[in-house]
Write a protein that binds this ligand. Structure first.
Ligand SMILES: *[C@@H]1O[C@H](CO)[C@@H](O)[C@H](O)[C@H]1NC(C)=O
Ligand SMILES: *[C@@H]1O[C@H](CO)[C@@H](O)[C@H](O)[C@H]1NC(C)=O
Ligand SMILES: *[C@@H]1O[C@H](CO)[C@@H](O)[C@H](O)[C@H]1NC(C)=O
Ligand SMILES: *[C@@H]1O[C@H](CO)[C@@H](O)[C@H](O)[C@H]1NC(C)=O
Length: 225
């Protein structure tokens, strides 16, 4: 069902077990993308909510039964008074990095009707804001506005893994454990992960995404050798 944007699915198997803390389970002949990475702590001290500046967090975010629910309206105010950016309700993960191999993992859910929105980003680039945006348009998960990574994303939980190898300047996106996108990053020296909803072009009046099982993982580049 899922389009293989870049047919590198089987490159997954060349990932080597570097012997770090995450177990390397092979599922359906594909190595788990977290294999060889070390999981870092993720708790309320390690993230912040970015939301319309005039509203309390609780009007655009809830955390119930382990599910982060983030929503925003196209008519909402931006993050800062005076900003020209579109409205957002996003979690900014508090690990800012400039080297190494970093991984975001989360189970995501986008309700039908959400459109024109970024649901996950790797912030930081050279001469632009981001190195990666995963957006939702017309019911598909897309890389910025290009071809669908997953043609039908609505109303189901999916597992998302995004790996950013800073020295290699490469990003890999896995959905449900399958490598679907390998792209160059956009440079830059300072990065972090965000997820939730951040309005883009063609915003629906309400935009929402839900997330659980968020993990941040890291691999020290020196362990490559
Ligand atoms: C979050 O994790 C960090 C690192 O382990 C720890 O220092 C901090 O106390 C934790 N904060 C909360 C609110 O649990
Ligand atoms: C936003 O900025 C304008 C111009 O500085 C100011 O008049 C207004 O009171 C500010 N609004 C809020 C909600 O802070
Ligand atoms: C979504 O569908 C509309 C209407 O068919 C089309 O104009 C638009 O280009 C599509 N957006 C993307 C990103 O494919
Ligand atoms: C990466 O490994 C090197 C060499 O073992 C160590 O000096 C450095 O502190 C490590 N970096 C992190 C962020 O763990």
């Amino acid at each position: 069902m899922q389009a293989v944007v870049i047919p590198l699915l089987f490159m997954v198997v060349v990932i080597i077990n570097w012997g770090s803390s995450v177990n390397c389970e092979v599922m359906m002949d594909v190595l788990d993308p977290t294999c060889g990475f070390t999981e870092l702590p993720f708790n309320t001290s390690l993230y912040q909510i970015h939301k319309p500046y005039d509203l309390p967090v609780a009007q655009r975010y809830s955390f119930v039964d382990g599910i982060h629910d983030l929503w925003v309206y196209s008519t909402d105010k931006p993050l800062y008074n005076g900003s020209t950016t579109h409205p957002r309700s996003e979690i900014k993960i508090g690990y800012t990095y400039s080297s190494g191999i970093w991984q975001f993992e989360g189970q995501g859910y986008v309700p039908k009707g959400t459109n024109g929105v970024c649901i996950m980003q790797v912030f930081g680039a050279s001469r632009r804001a981001t190195s990666l945006m995963l957006r939702v348009y017309n019911g598909s998960l897309t890389y910025y506005q290009s071809a669908a990574i997953v043609p039908e994303i609505f109303d189901r939980w999916f597992r998302l893994n995004v790996i950013h190898d800073v020295e290699a300047a490469m990003l890999k996106v896995y959905v449900d454990g399958v490598l679907l996108l390998v792209v160059a990053d956009h440079g830059g020296k300072s990065h972090y992960f965000k997820f939730g909803v951040y309005g883009q072009n063609d915003m629906s009046s309400c935009m929402e995404s839900r997330w659980k099982g968020i993990r941040v993982l890291y691999k020290n580049v020196t362990s490559r050798v």
